[in-house]
Design a protein around this ligand. Structure first.
Ligand code: PLP
Length: 436
């Protein structure tokens, strides 16, 4: 499969180049030249395959012969070695639990697949790969754990000071080895801007082989399609074949992957873009005007994005038919007060604890279902992180109900190692140039 830049649809690069470049020089994003439609037989029989089998079939159709079948299978079996179950909470309401990977967030799907693809393509004797990653909380942990100890790679994580939870900060700053963490005095958008600017800086590109691990990397988008197919497979086992997905959204990589799955033939009735008050996309779906704005800090910090980077991909998927996009996606946004109410209501109604991001997706799904009665259609809201990553947002009663996984308990014994920097590009560049 070849890839083009959304800013130049006649450009062509290989999968390897798209993965290592991360972002084209023209600042578009890479997209596959053709989006293969999976055959109906596969879609209708999804329930007879396991998650790794589905993942392999989807990836192979997308990538063609970029990675030989046996190697691709090995990458997938190693990367996607945890479950993504749907759990029924009430009639027509299911939660898709995407937090069973090592960093306890759905970003493990993208980060683990991408790190293994990069290390597969990295040939002996090649220049060390420098992975730059801006994180609003969860990406950094997933990427750090994905690359930890991978030879000939180094990861530099930029995170906004005081805007990630304690557990997230520990996941970012306690790895050592080939992982280093920079605590930036700014917002996630500032971190992201620094990374983007580094990629266009000649001096840095001369000295280092830079790549990005943010969701702009096409190798993160592809594995996120897997769990949409797999969720549908689980519904088929229950005799249900109509689905609505509610996706808690920040940079819009997750829902972008869902839309890619839809383009590949997954029969989804509706996507719900659920955001916090950083509502650039829900506003666009209402007004038709796409107006990025500075991000605002909220309880669902991984979604504090004012200018979602993956939006250009979604626009590209629907370039011929913006009306179809507006029909297929419904947007809802909720503030912190509504988020806390939703957490409490989910706990009360189902004795189930959701993280603040997940709570917004649940609330959006329930609101959508009230407005759109559709019998026999399952609503699935995506649970993007384990609630233990956000202990401060819960009441004591709910916090006590959360089962803290073993890997979190181990983290708490480790010491934080990070370098504090301002949000100016010169300071960041100096740090990179003077720390080899
Ligand atoms: C990253 C993240 C999101 C947002 O996902 P996008 O792909 O950026 O839209 C939502 N919830 C959690 C917990 C996250 O870590």
């Amino acid at each position: 499969m070849k890839f083009y830049s959304t800013n130049n649809t006649s450009s062509r690069v290989s999968f390897k180049d798209a993965v290592f470049n991360s972002m084209p020089q023209d600042k578009g994003l890479y997209m596959p030249v053709t989006i293969p439609r999976l055959d109906d037989k596969f879609i209708n029989n999804l329930d007879s395959y396991t998650l790794p089998e589905i993942a392999f079939h989807v990836a192979q159709n997308l990538l063609g012969d970029d990675i030989p079948a046996d190697d691709l299978k090995a990458i997938i079996n190693d990367a996607i070695n945890f479950y993504a179950p749907i759990v029924k909470l009430e009639k027509e309401v299911y939660v898709l639990e995407l937090f069973h990977g090592p960093s306890l967030a759905f970003k493990d799907f993208g980060a683990r697949f991408m790190s293994r693809v990069m290390s597969y393509f990295l040939e002996k004797g090649e220049k060390q790969l420098d992975v730059l990653v801006a994180t609003s909380g969860d990406t950094g942990g997933a990427v750090a754990l994905g690359f930890l100890g991978v030879p000939n790679t180094r990861v530099t994580i930029l995170y906004p000071k005081g805007k990630v939870s304690d557990i997230q900060e520990l996941q970012l700053t306690t790895n050592g080895q080939n992982i280093r963490a920079l605590e930036i005095d700014g917002t996630f958008d500032d971190c992201q801007a620094l990374v983007k600017q580094a990629f266009t800086d000649d001096e840095l590109n001369e000295k280092y082989r830079l790549t990005s691990a943010n969701s702009i990397n096409i190798a993160r988008l592809i594995p996120q399609t897997f769990y949409y197919f797999n969720a549908y497979a689980q519904l088929l086992k229950l005799g249900i074949n109509k689905v609505v997905f509610s996706v808690p959204s920040g940079n819009f990589g997750n829902i972008g992957a869902g839309l890619l799955a839809w383009k590949m033939g997954l029969p989804v009735e509706q996507f719900i873009a659920a955001t916090n008050v950083n509502d650039t996309v829900p506003q666009f779906l209402k007004s038709g005007v796409y107006q990025p704005k500075p991000s605002v800090a909220t309880l669902s910090n991984a979604m504090d994005v004012g200018n979602p980077s993956n939006w250009v991909r979604i626009a590209d998927l629907f370039k011929e038919d913006m009306d179809q996009l507006k029909k297929l996606i419904t947007g809802y946004s909720f503030d912190d007060e509504e988020t806390v109410k939703a957490i409490n209501k989910v706990y009360k109604d189902y004795n189930y604890v959701v993280c603040p991001h997940t709570a917004i997706a649940w609330k959006a799904l329930k609101t959508y279902q009230q407005d759109n009665k559709a019998a026999d259609t399952a609503g699935i809201f995506l649970s993007t992180a384990h609630p233990c990553k956000f202990p401060d947002v819960f009441s004591k009663e709910i916090a006590d109900h959360i089962e803290v996984p073993a890997q979190v308990k181990e983290l708490q014994a480790k010491a934080k190692q990070s370098v504090a920097l301002g949000k100016d590009f010169e300071g960041f560049k100096d740090y990179l140039l003077s720390n080899n």
